[in-house]
Design a protein around this ligand. Structure first.
Ligand code: ADP
Ligand code: MG
Length: 592
């Protein structure tokens, strides 16, 4: 429950609405508690009228009831209007607090590195951002308001009751500790069960999200039925957990009216005794029944209230778990750097993934000059992608340094760094937007010439012109309407358009045919004469055009030089050239 205090800053921002709402709720309770007083007045007036001998009883009763009746109507109207306004105020706070929280979570997520996303699945994060936030909103707008109503009703109601008869009030308070104990015992279980339900919801949405993302694989492998079975299992667990939670909270809800019944018995028994003893009037006796009805309504709601508080607390805990997760890449405060030239220096660079024993990169030393094109080759798992991720600070090195123009890479603000270093991935993410907007993603204001220019360099012009709607062609979710190679080339165009001093391509030609790849590379060298390009490739035919070729093996550089130099070495690269060369010749022969 303590975690709920962390919501205070979000409420403090709306202090006037908070105090206004609170004052409204309190005064509404006051008007409500006035009503039984007028009931009492009416009944006592009638009793008095009837006691007078010889009078016209009906006329007198009429006259004596007019004032209390009007007063009751006025009280009801005031109470309703004030309640309505204060309810809007409090709901507003709930809405804005969840609005602020949602924004904060969203911008927090933008700063997280790959490790974070390995720990939290997208489905889980979505569940928290939607479901848990709505629990928080309910706690602020619903549970806290109801609790205030409950407290005000109790305070105002009890004050009025004491003024009428302290004896009867005392007798009524008697079951109160019982209510508290019962509520406390239940609240602990409800918190735990609610946590389970929310985790279950996360699991469920992770499942759906992953399934839909991989739907084409699922269908291609004819796994639909298995997926449905697995889903219904997860779904069943979620339903069971929900049922447990409902059962507990319903039990609590059912116990509350029992306690109310005890209070009724007390009034009937002890109250009628007091009336006959002449201690209280008949009107007071009736007023107590009205007060009981007034008090019992919140008490009956108390069960639901405990549930709401506990669910809100566990939702809040789940949100702050995300917000407390510091991004592993820390933003640098330094500013005012000159424009980078694209000079890169790797000094004793090593990296080890948190969950591994051996180093993915081990003592890499390398200097790259502006305008140079460096190709990186190596087997799967040799550390190529790791090296590239370090260059854009998706990861920070375990040992060693990366210098850009003599500045350690950590000194740059992240936004500045990513303005100067652009990474294009093998499996690019395209947005469900037009082709043109995807290419000009970094700046929607770019003019059409720039878009075509980079589309040309990425050998994408023909593809675009083949679409009837050209650059305005809208891509499906994640770009499903494009082939793998077209997607890669679109992503390349998106990277090229920024003309960053350092461009990094991680195997982003894997689905592009050899000829197009060579064509693209020739184009790249032409338009990026003064800028540095580092690219991972599997093909010697591509790498041979690079100014320098580097071969990685087990996280270390084992060969480095130009195409000719590496061929002379007769090492890994020369071997690769032989196999790929004979394959290419074979393909050509088969084709002719
Ligand atoms: P490449 O791109 O050359 O195929 P990577 O840089 O992706 O190689 O991987 C280098 C090594 O680091 C491999 O042994 C791989 O298993 C490991 N590795 C890569 N990514 C992760 C990760 N996210 N967590 C743990 N180990 C990883
Ligand atoms: Mg890789």
């Amino acid at each position: 429950m303590k975690v709920l205090l962390r919501l205070l800053p979000y409420i403090r921002a709306h202090a006037w609405a908070f105090w206004g709402g609170l004052a409204g709720l309190a005064s509404a309770r006051f008007f409500e508690a006035m009503i039984p007083l007028y009931v009492k007045m009416g009944i006592d007036n009638i009793a008095e009228a009837q006691a007078q001998p010889g009078a016209d009883a009906i006329t007198m009763a009429h006259d004596s009831l007019t004032y209390p009746a009007i007063a009751i109507v006025v009280c009801v109207i005031c109470q309703m209007l004030i309640t309505m306004v204060s309810r809007i105020l409090v709901r507003r706070i709930g809405m804005y607090a969840s609005f602020d929280l949602r924004n904060r979570i969203y911008s927090h997520l933008q700063k997280q590195g790959p490790e974070f996303f390995m720990n939290y699945s997208i489905g889980d994060l979505m569940a928290r951002a939607i479901n848990d936030i709505s629990l928080v909103r309910q706690v602020i707008a619903g549970a806290s308001r109801m609790t205030a109503v409950l407290i005000f009703t109790a305070v105002v109601g009890l004050t009025f009751m004491v003024s009428l008869s302290w004896k009867l009030t005392l007798a009524l308070i008697f079951p109160l500790p019982l209510i508290t104990i019962v509520a406390y015992l239940f609240s602990k279980r409800i918190y735990a069960q609610s946590h389970t339900v929310q985790e279950g919801f996360s699991t469920l949405s992770t499942f759906v999200q992953e399934n839909l993302n991989g739907i084409r694989t699922v269908q291609a492998m004819a796994q639909e039925q298995q997926e449905v079975d697995r889903f219904s299992h997860v779904n069943q667990e979620f339903a069971d957990d929900n049922l447990t939670l409902f059962t507990t909270s319903s039990l609590l809800g059912a116990l509350m009216p029992v306690l109310a019944a005890i209070a009724t018995l007390i009034i009937i028994g002890y109250g009628s005794f007091l009336v006959s003893a002449g201690d209280i009037t008949l009107g007071t006796f009736a007023a107590f029944f009205s007060y009981l009805a007034l008090l019992m309504w919140p008490v009956r709601e108390a069960g639901a209230l405990v549930t709401q508080w506990q669910r809100g607390a566990s939702g809040t805990a789940r949100l702050f778990e995300i917000l407390d997760h510091e991004p592993e890449i820390q933003e640098s405060a330094d500013e005012a750097f000159p424009k980078l030239t694209g000079r890169v220096s790797l000094q004793g660079l090593s990296y080890r993934y948190g969950n591994k024993d051996n180093f993915a990169l081990n003592d890499i030393n390398l200097d790259v000059y502006p305008g140079e094109t460096v190709a990186i080759l190596g087997r799967v798992g040799s550390g190529k992608s790791t090296l590239l991720r370090l260059l854009v600070r998706l990861l920070d090195p375990t040992h060693g340094n990366i210098m850009l123009d003599d500045h350690p890479i950590q000194n740059f603000p992240l936004a500045y760094l990513r303005d100067h270093v652009c990474l294009v991935l093998q499996d690019p993410f395209l947005f469900a937007d037009s082709l043109g907007d995807n290419i000009a993603y970094d700046n929607p204001e770019r003019d059409i010439d720039q878009i075509w220019h980079s589309a040309d360099a990425a050998a994408l012009r023909e593809t675009i012109e083949d679409f009837p709607e050209g650059l305005d062609t809208v891509l499906g979710e994640r770009g499903v309407t494009l082939s793998g190679g077209q997607k890669q080339r679109t992503a390349l165009a998106r990277g090229l358009i920024r003309m960053t001093p350092l461009l990094i391509l991680d195997d982003c030609f894997s689905a592009v045919d050899t000829e197009t790849e060579e064509h693209i590379l020739a184009g790249l060298k032409r338009i990026r004469t003064n800028q540095t390009t580092m690219l991972v490739s599997h093909r010697v035919s591509t790498a041979r055009h690079a100014d320098r070729i580097i071969v990685l093996e087990d996280g270390q550089i084992i060969e480095s030089g130009t195409h000719q130099e590496l061929i002379k070495l007769s090492g890994f690269y020369a071997g690769l050239e032989q196999t790929q060369g004979s394959n290419a010749r074979l393909t050509k022969e088969l084709a002719t």
